[in-house]
Design a protein around this ligand. Sequence first.
Ligand SMILES: NC(=O)c1ccc[n+]([C@@H]2O[C@H](COP(=O)([O-])OP(=O)(O)OC[C@H]3O[C@@H](n4cnc5c(N)ncnc54)[C@H](OP(=O)(O)O)[C@@H]3O)[C@@H](O)[C@H]2O)c1
Length: 245
Amino acid sequence: MARCSPAAGPSSAELAATAIFVGGSDVAAAEAVFARVRATFFGPVRVGVLLDPSGANTTAAAAVIAAARHLPCAAGGEGVVLGGTGPVGQRVARLLARRGVAVTLVSRDAGRAAATVAGIRRAVPGVAIEPAGLAEVVAAGADGALARAQLVVAAGAAGACLLTAEQRRALAATVCIDLNAVPPAGIEGIAPTDKARADGAALLYGALGVGSTKMKIHRAAIARLFAADAPALDADELLALGDTL
Ligand SMILES: NC(=O)c1ccc[n+]([C@@H]2O[C@H](COP(=O)([O-])OP(=O)(O)OC[C@H]3O[C@@H](n4cnc5c(N)ncnc54)[C@H](OP(=O)(O)O)[C@@H]3O)[C@@H](O)[C@H]2O)c1
């Protein structure tokens, strides 16, 4: 019987047929596992690794791709991410900021928004991103970040309504995306199935409208995992992959 010798290690055929998916619902723990996995590889002993706990990375990448279909996100635009402290919102904010969008990251608690923004600035120095409290942003009206934004993404918890229909209609935003699929909507008046549905000057996306792109990115990521260069796929790499689809 053939025996695997620990000294010999895995064969290149075994490595080529192996990949690691880091999922789960504890995003911080998943990130730690992802980092540990990458640090454990050495020389040619490495395999593809995908980080997508709670679907946060693929969902965030899909939301940014939906927005980019209608907005030249690369430079100069403004975006607001409601529910920006959660796993999905943080990633949407980080991806947009890295693409040159001036982002306002919103939480019900301004201190939590500030702590999240500090983390993003550490991860991606030099990006334009500011924290804000939900109540202040809504109350600021025509002078505030919400009124200036071309893009508003709601990434609040399932079933948490963050903007009323009236507040949404008062926005000048070209694209409004609600990633919450559980009623009531995160932005009242956006249905989960909306996919670039026009309402006045705005184009609306719901969670399922973004979900088909999310699934395409997920499938492409699984295929990419087995490539010879053994990629490590975090949010940025998934967005780049999504751009090619
Ligand atoms: N389409 C998909 O495939 C897909 C995949 C993953 C997630 N999602 C959806 O994307 C959204 C974001 O996911 P997530 O995992 O990042 O969400 P989450 O962590 O559950 O919540 C995001 C943020 O919402 C705020 N929040 C929590 N409870 C709230 C409440 N009762 N009222 C108002 N705000 C509240 C919190 O921010 P503050 O406390 O700082 O305000 C929290 O950080 C969810 O609706 C989720 O269902 C969709």
